[in-house]
Design a protein around this ligand. Structure first.
Ligand code: SF4
Ligand code: SF4
Length: 106
Protein backbone atom coordinates (compact mmCIF):
# COMPACT_ATOMS: atom_id res chain seq x y z
CA UNK A 1 0.00 0.00 0.00
CA UNK A 2 1.22 3.49 -0.82
CA UNK A 3 2.72 4.89 2.34
CA UNK A 4 5.01 7.90 1.88
CA UNK A 5 5.52 10.85 -0.46
CA UNK A 6 8.83 12.50 0.34
CA UNK A 7 8.32 16.24 0.53
CA UNK A 8 12.09 16.66 0.31
CA UNK A 9 12.40 14.66 -2.91
CA UNK A 10 9.15 15.37 -4.73
CA UNK A 11 9.27 18.01 -7.48
CA UNK A 12 5.51 18.10 -8.04
CA UNK A 13 5.67 16.72 -11.59
CA UNK A 14 2.36 14.87 -11.01
CA UNK A 15 3.45 11.81 -12.97
CA UNK A 16 2.24 9.64 -10.09
CA UNK A 17 -1.17 11.26 -10.37
CA UNK A 18 -1.25 10.31 -14.06
CA UNK A 19 -0.04 6.73 -13.80
CA UNK A 20 -1.97 5.50 -10.76
CA UNK A 21 -4.72 3.20 -12.09
CA UNK A 22 -7.03 3.79 -9.15
CA UNK A 23 -6.68 7.56 -8.75
CA UNK A 24 -5.11 7.40 -5.30
CA UNK A 25 -3.32 10.75 -5.55
CA UNK A 26 -4.74 14.23 -5.78
CA UNK A 27 -2.76 16.98 -7.47
CA UNK A 28 -2.27 20.17 -5.47
CA UNK A 29 -1.89 23.42 -7.36
CA UNK A 30 1.50 24.88 -6.59
CA UNK A 31 2.45 21.98 -4.36
CA UNK A 32 3.11 18.28 -4.30
CA UNK A 33 0.41 15.62 -4.63
CA UNK A 34 -1.28 14.14 -1.62
CA UNK A 35 -2.34 10.57 -0.92
CA UNK A 36 -6.06 11.26 -1.07
CA UNK A 37 -7.57 7.78 -1.45
CA UNK A 38 -5.09 5.43 0.24
CA UNK A 39 -7.63 2.62 0.63
CA UNK A 40 -7.97 2.44 -3.16
CA UNK A 41 -4.27 1.51 -3.56
CA UNK A 42 -3.72 -1.85 -5.26
CA UNK A 43 0.00 -2.04 -4.40
CA UNK A 44 0.84 -2.19 -8.10
CA UNK A 45 4.04 -0.09 -7.64
CA UNK A 46 3.38 1.89 -10.82
CA UNK A 47 3.76 5.21 -9.02
CA UNK A 48 7.04 4.17 -7.43
CA UNK A 49 8.51 2.84 -10.65
CA UNK A 50 7.53 5.90 -12.70
CA UNK A 51 8.51 8.59 -10.19
CA UNK A 52 11.61 10.24 -11.69
CA UNK A 53 12.85 11.41 -8.30
CA UNK A 54 12.39 8.28 -6.22
CA UNK A 55 10.07 10.21 -3.94
CA UNK A 56 7.50 7.49 -3.23
CA UNK A 57 7.42 4.44 -1.05
CA UNK A 58 4.91 1.63 -1.50
CA UNK A 59 4.81 -0.84 1.37
CA UNK A 60 4.73 -4.45 0.14
CA UNK A 61 1.74 -5.37 2.29
CA UNK A 62 -1.42 -4.78 0.24
CA UNK A 63 -3.59 -4.62 3.35
CA UNK A 64 -1.81 -1.89 5.26
CA UNK A 65 1.21 0.29 5.83
CA UNK A 66 4.39 -0.39 7.79
CA UNK A 67 4.36 2.73 9.95
CA UNK A 68 7.71 3.76 8.48
CA UNK A 69 8.74 7.41 8.25
CA UNK A 70 10.49 9.43 5.57
CA UNK A 71 13.72 9.79 7.62
CA UNK A 72 13.76 6.03 8.24
CA UNK A 73 13.34 5.32 4.52
CA UNK A 74 16.18 7.72 3.69
CA UNK A 75 18.45 6.21 6.32
CA UNK A 76 17.78 2.72 4.99
CA UNK A 77 18.20 3.74 1.32
CA UNK A 78 14.78 2.42 0.42
CA UNK A 79 13.46 5.27 -1.71
CA UNK A 80 13.68 4.04 -5.30
CA UNK A 81 14.38 0.46 -4.27
CA UNK A 82 11.62 -1.00 -6.42
CA UNK A 83 12.69 1.07 -9.43
CA UNK A 84 16.25 -0.14 -9.00
CA UNK A 85 15.05 -3.73 -8.71
CA UNK A 86 13.32 -3.57 -12.09
CA UNK A 87 16.28 -1.87 -13.77
CA UNK A 88 14.96 1.67 -14.17
CA UNK A 89 17.97 3.18 -12.45
CA UNK A 90 21.71 3.56 -12.74
CA UNK A 91 23.19 0.37 -14.06
CA UNK A 92 19.90 -0.58 -15.66
CA UNK A 93 17.49 1.37 -17.78
CA UNK A 94 18.12 4.98 -16.73
CA UNK A 95 14.57 6.23 -17.15
CA UNK A 96 11.46 5.66 -19.19
CA UNK A 97 11.79 6.79 -22.80
CA UNK A 98 11.77 10.61 -23.25
CA UNK A 99 8.69 10.41 -25.46
CA UNK A 100 6.77 8.68 -22.70
CA UNK A 101 8.01 11.09 -20.05
CA UNK A 102 6.95 14.11 -22.09
CA UNK A 103 3.48 12.64 -22.59
CA UNK A 104 3.10 12.04 -18.87
CA UNK A 105 4.30 15.54 -18.02
CA UNK A 106 1.72 16.97 -20.42
S1 SF4 B 1 5.97 11.31 -9.59
FE1 SF4 B 1 7.36 11.58 -7.83
S2 SF4 B 1 8.26 13.63 -8.11
FE2 SF4 B 1 6.45 13.50 -9.43
S3 SF4 B 1 4.78 14.34 -8.17
FE3 SF4 B 1 4.76 12.13 -7.87
S4 SF4 B 1 6.02 11.78 -6.05
FE4 SF4 B 1 6.45 13.84 -6.78
S1 SF4 C 1 0.91 1.41 -5.83
FE1 SF4 C 1 -0.38 1.51 -7.67
S2 SF4 C 1 -2.48 1.75 -6.92
FE2 SF4 C 1 -1.07 2.24 -5.22
S3 SF4 C 1 -0.83 4.47 -5.31
FE3 SF4 C 1 0.87 3.56 -6.47
S4 SF4 C 1 0.12 3.49 -8.61
FE4 SF4 C 1 -1.66 3.82 -7.27
Amino acid sequence: MIEVISAARCTGCNICVQVCPTNVFAAVKGGIPVIARQDDCQTCYMCEVWCPDDALYVAPNADGTEGITEPELEAQGRFGSYRRSVGWAKGGRVAPAPQIMSRLRG
